[in-house]
Design a protein around this ligand. Structure first.
Ligand SMILES: *Cc1c(COP(=O)(O)O)cnc(C)c1O
Length: 463
């Protein structure tokens, strides 16, 4: 009999040890790259090793190189952690090892994803009938949505891009805020449109696309039907600010454009009664990208793409092959909505997360993260530290002594100190520290300890 128990119980013990130590663990890696190579490297194994030993060796070898991003005092990038239900469901997703591309390859995965898709559409208040894809992240969600957009705006111009490609096609205008996320540009590269197709729309001091500037750019379309895609953003990765989505949709639709919204984390504001006005009108867009691995705190990797028009979504993604069994009875074949062929049933942990939290639990996480971001900003302001953004959501941009070098040194110092972890950025030409509160466990004590640590590091840097 195969020994599953040995490696799995080893993994279970180590998982619990890791998770239970997380709240007090140093928030930063402890090993250098050289030390990690030393611990994990060596020649290509030629013979077998006992699986339990492999798990043990691996867990010991990586430990000091882990960035404990599941900590309540991890404020780097926009990461989020993992809730118990989503993490446990993610384990089982691996155990079941379903190929979730086709209904026939996993009826269970197809139905779980179908149910989850409908929950998400309702949660975000998107139009009934919106199609959903469970992808790896907002990068691939942006890619998938923009593929659907590319299909549709060219179809209206009498061009079949899936068959004819882009050589000789009508030109597509892509209008996107100057502070869009870089994954929009990368998606356009993948789609053969190239970054030169982007016409950046000026933004205000918070990074919000200016609706008047968009209207002016769209006027150039004149009366002709120019294939046009507008990329709006719900939640700027630095400031958390939202483009005026309702106005953007109205203006763009008046010119026949497709509106895509990158709401990687910001669209979750829809779930909060206090914050939902930030995303008013978002349901009028044509497609949306978001993440489950950020604010929903589902383990990596888990992104979501939504399309108000299932036809272009399917036209851009679908694939038929003679040897496949594709469902004729309306059950979900995810390869109609995803760029992957074989794929992990990554909707399962999303299902578990939503089921465990419910709408109220999700709203509570969003509201608490917002309150904790405000609390962090308040602590720093009280100590005369400059906050560069309006803290409308979960992002805080901090600048020290109005000085790039000091700001960067404080970021480095904080990372070395280990109480909390955040990274730096450049915002409108100025160096800044980014604080992103995205973890489901972060509470007031985490914020107070972290703010104290930041101020300690500032004193250190000032000498
Ligand atoms: C994080 C983020 C992305 C990219 O998401 P991934 O999940 O890393 O692929 C895109 N847009 C915005 C606004 C983001 O914050």
């Amino acid at each position: 009999m195969v020994d599953w128990e040995g490696p799995l119980s080893e993994a279970y013990d180590r998982a619990l040890t890791y998770l239970e130590a997380l709240p007090e663990r140093r928030v930063g890696p402890r090993a250098t790259a050289a030390e990690l190579h030393e611990a994990l490297g060596g020649p290509l194994p030629t013979g077998a090793t006992d699986p339990r030993e492999v798990v043990e060796h691996l867990a010991k070898g990586v430990d000091d190189g882990l960035l404990p991003s599941g900590s309540g005092r991890f404020f780097g990038f926009v990461f989020g952690g993992a809730t118990p239900a989503s993490l446990a469901a993610d384990w089982l997703t691996t155990v079941w090892d379903q190929n979730a591309g086709l209904y026939a390859a996993s009826p269970a995965a197809a139905v779980v994803e179908d149910v989850t898709a409908r929950w998400l559409v309702e949660l975000f208040g998107l139009p009934a009938g919106t199609s959903v894809g469970f992808v790896t992240g907002a990068q691939m969600a942006n890619f998938t949505a923009l593929a659907a957009a590319r299909h549709e705006v060219l179809r209206r111009a009498g061009w079949d891009v899936e068959r004819q490609g882009l050589s000789g096609s009508p030109r597509i205008r892509v209008l996107a805020g100057a502070e869009r996320h870089d994954t929009i540009d990368r998606a356009l590269r993948f789609l053969g449109l190239g970054t030169d197709c982007i016409e950046p729309i000026p933004v205000d001091d918070q990074g919000r696309m200016r609706a008047d500037a968009l209207a002016e750019a769209l006027r150039e379309n004149g009366r002709g039907a120019v294939p046009t895609i507008v990329c709006a953003q719900a939640g700027n990765v630095n400031t958390g600010a939202f483009d005026p989505v309702a106005e953007v949709c109205e203006t763009a639709h008046a010119h026949g454009a497709w509106v895509h919204v990158d709401g990687a984390f910001g669209i979750w504001a829809r779930v909060s009664s206090g914050l939902r006005q930030l995303v008013d009108g978002v349901e009028q867009a044509d497609s949306w990208a978001t993440d489950a691995h950020k604010w929903l705190n589902v383990p990596y990797d888990s992104g979501l793409v939504f399309c108000a028009h299932p036809e272009p979504h399917r036209a851009a993604m679908s694939i038929r092959a003679a040897y496949l069994i594709q469902d004729e009875n309306g059950e979900r074949d995810s390869l109609d909505y995803n760029p992957e062929f074989s794929r992990r049933a990554r909707g399962i942990p999303v299902y578990a997360a939503i089921r465990a939290l419910g709408r109220e639990g999700i709203a509570e996480i969003v509201d608490r993260c917002h309150a904790m971001a405000e609390r962090f900003a308040d602590h720093l302001r009280t100590a005369d530290v400059e906050i560069l953004n309006d803290v409308v959501l979960n992002q805080v941009l901090v600048r020290f002594d109005d000085d790039d070098a000091i700001t960067r040194r404080v970021v480095t110092e904080v990372q070395n100190e280990g109480t909390c972890w955040m990274s730096g950025t450049t915002w409108q030409g100025k160096a800044a520290m980014r604080i992103s509160v995205s973890n489901w466990t972060t509470g007031p004590e985490d914020i107070d300890r972290s703010a104290e640590a930041v101020l300690r590091c500032l004193q250190q840097v000032r000498g």
